[in-house]
Design a protein around this ligand. Structure first.
Ligand SMILES: Nc1nc2c(ncn2[C@@H]2O[C@H](COP(=O)(O)OP(=O)(O)OP(=O)(O)O)[C@@H](O)[C@H]2O)c(=O)[nH]1
Ligand SMILES: Nc1nc2c(ncn2[C@@H]2O[C@H](COP(=O)(O)OP(=O)(O)OP(=O)(O)O)[C@@H](O)[C@H]2O)c(=O)[nH]1
Ligand SMILES: [Ca+2]
Length: 707
């Protein structure tokens, strides 16, 4: 194996490090002499031919591009789009294998590129691999090969290792062999690499029309990314050739543009539609000048001059006469712009846009963008940060077009347009039924924030993904994670003092039919419903609660349905719970026993703060068929007596405040686990006294009502 030779990029190497790309331009210098390189026009040879230009005539002629639409803003873009591969997340290494018949000038092209001279004396048949590395640009390795039969294995191996093939021909014979031998060979290897076709020794045949010669091959072989005529001898288009090879890897045209259809591919259109949507900050369907500037700044770190803005609109108007460019650029116009870039072989501009918006080469959103690192330590929880709440408030207000304080179905659909749809957990919990709705059944701002608070609590990664889809931006490091925060871990057992959370989870536990669902409904301000629908699946409700002193928190209440036992046996589930609300139906004598039974079966429950609620207070209270009556039971374990509430009374809101406060200030909300003997004695005395009193009263009553 020959050791790779590392060289500094020569002045003429057309990579991201190419000086003319990064040098500031004169403002009125014609910016678009060539699709990519400002100085290409000074060559006598033809400009490169790109796949997307197959059916466009103007690509090889510099004129139509001059002072064109695309010209001004886009060339500026180019400066920045070529600064750093890291900036836009493209491949940062490119391996080019140079193939072609014997004597076509493969080694000469490489030497010409690296040494910047043409060596007419016989150079060694195959050059050692050359690596060109420049800080901030793609590291490029160029591998020379031989077409000799005894080198076929090496050739195959090198092709397999490469990212792109530079295929060279130089006369009629080697031209014929391109389609008869070389391209079929690549196909037989199954590598599916882009091919840049180079007609070398252009100095020997000055009159040839490159389009006429190369187009038929391009049409037949879709793997050909672009074609170029070059001369190693005269050092014409040599830089450009290798630049095209790099570009075929870093900015492939195939995922963006369908040259047969002469249109952008559907996935590219979908991505651009989403980008347009996110850039249309005021959601009026147009990118106004300000929004265009923001877009330009974000993607290319440059602003547009008024003339450039006009240029853009004029060029759109030319192709879409009906577009209302006075109001700005609409979605169709925006997509047309990208299509024009692709047509003019400036698809790298489209890639820059897509990559700034976190798209991968396969046009999906980057995984690291959707799923950034975000850890919630044990006993801590995730909440929205002020930035996160701000974002969701703004989003709500922006999409409540009719200003009725609720998002109707259309408004919701519009809001979720840049996402894959409602989060799965929302669909499962038949959103928006889990939170506050307006009379018309539309989610209110309060409900919207409560819903996101709950989602973040339950599944912060889901919130992060949706923040990404919905276009959350922050200057802070970490992107979307700035919208979240992690709460201080709380003590696992018997926490004391204040629990530093703003979102807390309450399990409501109680016998069947005791009125749990009705509590959830009341929590969401739904009118009381006397029909009974037993709960099978766990069900949650979330709303904000105003605590004493005016502070606000979000309370998630969950009833567990038939999964009650399963959830209580699950340590993690129990651990995520902040407070338990034990309920019983005070009008049903068999209701309280369930609580006694639960506490006996799951002693772990006693590690959680709790509140007891005697429900259906509007009905006649009855004696519980339990060893100990609820009031005595709670007193015995050192807890507050059950709160008597009714889902049919508005005063039920007291219960939610009490539950939230027990979660946040749990000091007094734990049961005493070891019964104190003194208390027990007192209890027996008290019971004894009660029993005697009742007996005495009964006796008196009987005496006064004989028969
Ligand atoms: N006129 C002209 N001659 C060239 C050009 N490029 C290369 N040659 C000549 O073509 C011959 C072959 O060039 P090489 O660079 O050795 O070609 P190669 O493809 O590496 O050949 P093998 O290593 O044998 O496969 C040499 O005599 C070069 O001087 C060119 O652009 N114009
Ligand atoms: N009068 C009166 N009836 C109530 C009250 N709360 C609930 N109910 C009724 O009691 C029945 C059961 O209520 P649910 O809320 O479904 O009880 P649950 O505990 O969720 O029942 P399961 O899901 O089967 O465990 C329903 O018919 C309710 O209308 C109340 O405060 N007063
Ligand atoms: Ca229920």
């Amino acid at each position: 194996m020959k050791a790779p030779l590392t060289v500094k990029p020569s002045k003429h190497f057309c990579s991201r490090a190419v000086p003319s790309m990064t040098e500031p331009r004169e403002p009125n210098e014609s910016p678009a002499l060539s699709p990519i390189l400002p100085n290409v026009a000074s060559f006598h040879l033809s400009n490169p031919i790109y796949r997307p230009s197959l059916h466009t005539v103007d690509i090889s002629t510099p004129k139509p591009l001059q002072k064109s639409i695309l010209a001004t803003p886009i060339i500026q873009l180019l400066h920045s789009s070529f600064i750093s591969p890291a900036l836009v997340g493209m491949a940062d290494t490119v391996r080019i294998v140079v193939c072609g018949d014997e004597g076509t000038g493969k080694s000469s092209l490489i030497t010409s590129l690296v040494k910047n001279v043409f060596i007419s004396s016989k150079i060694q048949p195959t050059l050692p691999a050359i690596t060109i590395a420049a800080p901030g640009s793609v590291t490029t390795t160029i591998v020379d090969t031989s077409a000799l039969p005894q080198e076929l294995n090496t050739l195959r191996k090198e092709i397999r290792r490469s990212d792109v093939i530079c295929l060279v021909y130089s006369d009629h014979y080697s031209y014929e062999r391109v389609s008869l031998s070389w391209l079929p060979l690549f196909r037989s290897l199954g590598v599916n690499l882009p091919v840049v076709l180079c007609a070398n020794k252009a100095d020997l045949s000055p009159g040839v029309d490159p389009e006429e010669e190369m187009m038929p091959i391009m049409l037949e072989f879709k793997e050909i990314d672009s074609c170029i005529r070059a001369s190693a001898k005269e050092q014409k288009n040599v830089n450009e050739l290798f630049y095209l090879c790099q570009k075929a890897v870093t900015h492939p045209v195939a995922p963006l543009y369908d040259s047969k259809e002469q249109n952008l591919k559907p996935a590219a259109v979908a991505a651009l539609q989403r980008i347009f949507f996110l850039c249309d900050r005021d959601q009026d369907g147009f990118l106004n000048d300000l929004e265009l500037q923001e877009f330009q700044k974000k993607c290319f770190d440059k602003s547009l001059t008024p003339e450039e803005l006009d240029d853009i609109k004029t060029s759109i108007k030319k192709r879409l006469p009906n577009s209302r460019t006075e109001e700005g650029v609409d979605e169709q116009g925006f997509i047309l712009l990208s299509k024009m870039f692709a047509e003019k072989a400036r698809h790298e501009t489209v890639w820059t846009i897509l990559r700034v918006f976190h798209y991968t080469d396969s046009l999906s959103l980057k995984d690291s963008f959707l799923h950034p690192k975000f850890e919630v330590p044990p006993n801590a929880s995730a909440e929205l940060s002020p930035l996160g709440y701000r974002f969701f408030v703004d989003l709500f207000l922006l999409f409540d077009k009719d200003n009725d304080g609720g998002l109707n179905e259309d408004e919701l659909a519009a809001l979720f347009a840049p996402t894959p749809g409602l989060p799965a957990s929302w669909v499962d919990s038949s959103f928006p039924s889990s939170t506050v709705r307006s009379e018309a059944g539309h989610i209110t701002l309060q409900g919207w924030l409560a819903q996101w608070s709950m989602t973040t609590f339950q599944d912060p990664k889901m919130t992060l993904a949706y923040l990404a889809y919905l276009g959350f931006e922050s200057d802070e490091k970490g992107g979307t994670t700035a919208a979240l925060k992690v709460t201080k871990p709380r003590k696992r057992r018997r926490r004391q003092g204040r629990v530093e959370r703003n979102v807390v989870l309450c399990y409501v536990l109680g016998s069947r039919g005791s009125g749990k669902s009705s509590i959830l409904d009341a929590f969401l301000n739904r009118p009381f419903d006397s029909t009974y629908h037993p709960t099978i699946k766990p069900r949650t409700a979330v709303n904000s609660v105003e605590l004493q002193g005016g502070k606000q928190c979000y309370l998630i209440i969950e009833e567990l349905g038939e999964l009650e036992s399963a959830i209580l046996e699950n340590e993690a589930k129990l651990n995520s719970c902040d407070v338990v609300c034990y309920t019983y139906d005070s009008s049903d004598p068999d209701s309280f026993a369930h609580i006694v039974d639960l506490r006996a079966r799951y002693p772990q429950l006693d590690e959680l703060p709790a509140v007891y609620a005697a429900l259906k207070a509007d009905l006649d209270k009855t004696t519980q068929r339990a060893e100990i009556q609820p009031d005595v039971y709670t007193r015995e374990i050192g807890m507050s007596a059950p709160l008597h509430v009714s889902a049919a009374w508005t005063s039920i809101s007291e219960l939610f405040v009490t539950v939230s406060e027990a979660a946040l200030f749990p000091n007094n909300a734990y049961p005493r686990t070891e019964p104190e003997s003194a208390d027990r004695t007192n209890f027996y005395i008290a019971t004894g006294v009660t029993v005697c009193t009742v007996m005495a009263l009964l006796y008196v009553w009987k005496r006064t009502n004989p028969g």
